[in-house]
Design a protein around this ligand. Structure first.
Ligand SMILES: [Ca+2]
Length: 146
């Protein structure tokens, strides 16, 4: 391709692009009014010795609602749960986030898996709100003993 024909080809492509609709004034994406969920992992704690199944629990709140809690081991998704437990202590600390619900706690086994090696592993717990906004509410290094 000569330099001239290349330029002509690029101009032709550019002209074709003008057919596309102009971008919206504000790109679609996360709702700026939405607040990220927040929460805490009460158990396990960093440094805990664990088995291949770790009983975990904590709480989460949002300006909307919590859709689910996701669990990751060493950066890989391993499971999810929903809010199932009453947490009067959390209600007292964050009265403006209750929205009439008395269920702000979660509890679930986290499975490290048979392939997990003995030694340290990172558990990450993530809260997801009703608009799919997410926040890591805990990163915990545990020690698989056997
Ligand atoms: Ca939210």
């Amino acid at each position: 391709m000569s330099k001239l024909s290349f330029v002509v080809a690029v101009l032709a492509l550019s002209a074709g692009c003008t057919q596309a609709p102009p971008p919206p004034a504000r790109a679609s994406g996360p709702d700026p009014k939405n607040e990220l969920p927040f929460g805490f992992v009460d158990s396990p704690k960093t440094g805990d010795g664990v088995d291949r199944v770790v009983q975990a629990y904590g709480w989460a709140l949002d300006d909307g609602t919590i859709k689910e809690i996701r669990f990751f081991v060493d950066g890989h998704f391993v499971g999810r749960t929903t809010m199932t437990a009453a947490r009067p202590d959390v209600e007292k600390a964050y009265p403006s986030y209750l929205h009439g619900s008395l269920v702000h706690g979660w509890a679930s086994p986290i499975r490290l898996g048979e392939a997990a090696s003995v030694g340290n592993h990172i558990i990450t717990v993530q809260a997801v709100d009703n608009l799919d906004a997410t926040r890591d509410i805990g990163t915990i290094e545990v020690n698989l003993g056997h």
